[in-house]
Each structure stands twice: as structure tokens, then as C-alpha cells.
Ligand binder design. Structure first.
Ligand code: PEP
Length: 255
């Protein structure tokens, strides 16, 4: 049975002032310290990345961006390149979050392009995927997982795949307080891992962390993490308070 290190990332979205971001980052850094049992990442808004990177120094908390552009440089007004993120202290970038897919119309071809550029430039990628409520009601979730994961990962080398974390985030669970049951999460993660195994082989299937996101709280973390294919959590609202985020990290590490 392969053992994968638990992975917990906080997605702060478009929240926090600069002062709040530094205070939150510092509290997370203090709580985690140099403990490396759980890979812990915070993803502040772009303008606060360097300031939060500064307060994380000396801790084992890594920093990620919530998005990244698909080209390396050039005339792309308002966009941010992978190299800029790396220079700002990031090791991770979230790509394909449902809010970008559904509110900002990000297409699968764009997501695939972003994944390639981010990996080529040296970032690790937290790749989000998951079905809408309408898709689940029509029992289409497995088709959606297969399409989204394989469209996003098309053309990756094995070395690149080892820098991917897949985040299963059912759209109906994000920010709604309606968390997937541990069984629903396990069923989805197991299916995705099976497809990874069929298409990319045992090495990648066994090594790739598949984390769950959607209304994760300190109270529901242990149940989700007890499932064999649930390797961690992507946390929105509950990552905005250091106490609740640290409780989630602790609960993930205890399983
Ligand atoms: C998210 O947006 O990635 C997320 C999981 O949000 P929440 O935890 O607030 O549902």
C-alpha cells in the first residue's frame, strides 16, 4: 500500500488586507513551525505574495498562487507569469479552480497550456477539477473527472506529472457548507486514481496526491482523511482563520 504524505493548502481567494494577510501567514507559520509531517501551503492574493513569503521564512509552510498565465512573458495586460510567481516566493500555483472555469470562462485548452508552462518554468501545480450539481444529478461526474483531468494533463512527461497535485472539488460543495461525504470523496478519488493507473501507470497513480476541496472544516477533516485515496485538503473559507486552518493541518497529519 503506497503511503503518500498528506497535503493541505489554503486558498485565500480575493480576501484579506495586506495587514491581515501578514498576520494570517505569520500565525500559520508559527503553528506549523518546521513540522513537515503535512505539506502545508497558503495561497494569498497576488499582491501579497512577497509579504507573506517573508513572514513564512524559517517555517516549512510553502506559498502558492491562485492562478498563473499560460505564456512565459509578453503583452498580456494584467496577467502574471510563472517566473514572476517563483521570484515572489511561490513553489505552487492553483490551476483550473472552478471559480475560474465557471465565472471567468477558463477553457480546458487554456488550463492545459497553463499546466505545461507552469511546470516547464519549475512550479508545482494544484490542478482543480470537479462536477457541478447538475452534472452530479445526471450521474455524469466520472465522465467529467476523466475529461477534465486528461484535458489538463495531456502531453505531460512523467517528471512533470510528479509535480502535480489533483484537487477534487465538487462545485456544489465549494463555499456552500455542503461537504461531500467521506464515501463520495473516496469514490471520486478512487476513480481518478484508477484512470491515472490505466493511462500513466503505477508510478504516477501511486505517487500523485489527490486532495479534496469543498467546505472542509476542522470538524469534517478526520472523516475525509480516513479514506484511503484522500490525501489532503484544499481549504477556502476555513483557511482564513489561522486556528481553523491549523486544526485542519493537525487533523490531516493525525490520520
Ligand atoms: C475552494 O474554493 O477551493 C474551496 C474549497 O472553498 P471552501 O473551502 O470555502 O468550500
Amino acid at each position: 500500500m503506497p503511503t503518500r504524505k498528506k497535503f493541505v493548502a489554503g486558498n485565500w481567494k480575493m480576501n484579506t488586507t495586506l495587514t491581515e494577510a501578514k498576520t494570517l501567514g505569520a500565525a500559520v507559520a508559527k503553528g506549523v513551525g518546521t513540522d513537515e509531517r503535512v505539506t502545508t501551503v497558503v495561497c494569498p492574493p497576488f499582491p501579497w505574495l512577497t509579504a507573506v513569503a517573508e513572514v513564512l521564512k524559517g517555517s516549512s509552510v510553502a506559498i502558492g498562487a491562485q492562478n498563473v498565465h499560460f505564456e512565459k512573458k509578453g503583452a498580456f495586460t494584467g496577467e502574471v507569469s510563472p517566473a514572476m510567481l517563483i521570484e515572489s516566493g511561490c513553489t505552487y500555483a492553483i490551476i483550473g479552480h472552478s471559480e475560474r472555469r465557471h465565472i471567468l470562462g477558463e477553457r480546458e485548452s487554456v488550463i492545459n497550456h497553463k499546466v505545461h508552462t507552469a511546470l516547464e518554468e519549475g512550479l508545482h501545480v494544484i490542478l482543480c477539477m470537479g462536477e457541478t450539481l447538475a452534472e452530479r444529478e445526471r450521474n455524469l461526474q466520472e465522465r467529467v473527472f476523466q475529461r477534465q483531468v486528461f484535458a489538463a494533463c495531456a502531453g505531460l512527461t512523467d517528471e512533470q506529472f510528479h509535480r502535480i497535485v489533483i484537487a477534487y472539488e465538487p462545485v456544489w460543495a465549494i463555499g456552500t457548507g455542503k461537504v461531500a461525504t467521506p464515501e463520495q470523496a473516496q469514490e471520486a478519488h478512487k476513480f481518478v486514481r484508477l484512470k491515472l493507473r490505466q493511462l500513466y501507470g503505477d508510478n504516477i497513480a501511486d505517487a500523485t496526491p489527490i486532495i479534496y476541496g469543498g467546505s472542509v472544516t476542522p470538524e469534517n477533516t478526520a472523516g475525509l482523511m480516513s479514506q484511503s485515496d484522500v490525501d489532503g485538503a484544499l481549504v477556502g473559507v476555513a483557511s482564513l482563520k489561522a486556528t481553523s486552518f491549523l486544526e485542519i493541518v493537525k487533523a490531516a497529519g493525525a490520520v
